[in-house]
Design a protein around this ligand. Structure first.
Ligand code: GLA
Length: 362
């Protein structure tokens, strides 16, 4: 297994950074790529900006390597406007209603960036921050970001660490850790947009979700608080089903999401070790993605807001349903929903979460 900064945009600073930790010559505001490879032919490129997953190249059924992530070839593209391609989102991934919550009797007001709601950490979330990068073993890169007390309205200085590790079993493990000097709320995830064919749309990808219930939403995509059975609805992916089979169904929740943009309640619940949450199979390429997580929920999003205006890798315009996201998480709006698993991090205690993306082929 090898770790090397990507030669395409390699700077001496990046090499020093990967090899010896921060050096005085490093320009912390330069988007710098890091690459992880294994003997099985998997290649992963990460960026210090947003601790972003820039590409994942894995073999198809014929053994041909292909990139399964939406994003940009030109790294500065990540600094422009885009919907969180491959980025770590935080401090709170997903929505908080009206950008408000009360903790220990104090009401906190967050930045509102999704109509009247707070989404994915606010106006300048963790996706728009430079993270410090460090080699964390022969096959791992650790990114650290310190979010100041009051940033985007959140209480407490939060130190967040995200470590990406690849294995010879073609797994990418993402380990999240955080600690705060004051009580706060935390919900970290990665917003990778997957297209296992590397082209076209994901409507023929077959999805299995280990979830018997989901959290229906209102018009602002805020959960109503109900945990609704998926059985008999277009949200039933307990048996592998093509993503496009029911995406245009005459269903109130599908209409509110403009497709799928919902949190699924994982049957395993929050677990100590990552448990299987989802499996995606693309019949055209033969690629399979399995998502395992310690989180209690996963946001299944079918790229409904992609409208062709963003030109990504290879100059391709990304249209509606060009990719799907499986964002492992605590449920949206948990800070305002006492019946949901709590996303509160007490001052002095630590947050841990692990998600694994495991690739194979059929
Ligand atoms: C998440 C949300 C979507 C959308 C995307 C980014 O998946 O649930 O509604 O905001 O992020 O465009």
């Amino acid at each position: 297994m090898k770790i090397s900064p990507n030669s395409a945009a390699l700077s001496v600073a990046a090499l020093l950074l990967a090899a010896c930790g921060p050096a005085p010559s490093i320009q912390p505001d330069r988007v710098t790529p890091y690459r992880l490879t294994n003997q099985a032919g998997m290649e992963v490129t990460l960026l210090n900006y947003g601790a972003t997953l820039q590409s994942i190249k894995v073999p198809d059924r014929a053994g041909k390597l292909g990139d399964v992530l939406l994003g940009f070839d030109v790294l500065d593209g990540y600094k422009g406007t885009h919907p969180y391609f491959g980025a770590i989102v935080g401090r709170y991934g997903n929505r908080i209603a009206k950008g408000r919550f009360t903790l220990n009797g104090v009401e906190y007001k967050l930045a509102t960036n999704d109509k009247t709601n707070h989404l994915h950490g606010g106006l300048k979330g963790f996706d728009k921050a430079f993270w410090r990068a460090r080699e964390a073993g022969p096959n791992a890169i650790e990114f650290t970001y310190v979010s100041a007390d009051g940033e985007e309205g959140y209480p407490g200085t939060l130190t967040a660490k995200v470590t990406y590790t690849i294995t010879e079993a073609n797994e990418l493990r993402i380990a999240y850790e955080a600690s705060s000097d004051k009580g706060t709320v935390v919900n970290l995830t990665n917003h990778a947009y997957f297209n296992l064919a590397g082209t076209g749309d994901i409507l023929k990808h077959e999805l299995l979700l280990k979830a018997d219930r989901f959290t229906p939403v209102d018009a602002g995509l805020i959960p109503t608080g109900e945990l609704r059975a998926v059985s008999g609805t277009p949200f039933d992916f307990t048996n592998a089903t093509a993503v496009g089979a029911r995406i245009a169904a005459n269903d109130e929740q599908i209409k509110l999401g403009g497709g799928y943009d919902h949190n699924f309640v994982l049957t395993a619940g929050a677990s100590a070790e990552p448990a299987l949450a989802a499996q995606v199979y693309d019949p055209s390429s033969g690629r399979v993605l399995e998502v395992l997580t310690t989180e209690p929920g996963v946001q299944f999003y079918t790229g409904n807001f992609l409208d062709g205006t963003i030109k990504g890798k290879g100059g391709v315009s990304y249209g509606k349903n060009a990719a799907l996201c499986l964002e492992t998480q605590h449920f949206p709006d948990s800070p305002n929903q006492p019946s949901f698993p709590s996303a509160v991090l007490k001052g002095g205690s630590s947050y841990r979460s692990t998600t694994v993306f495991r690739f194979s082929r059929r």
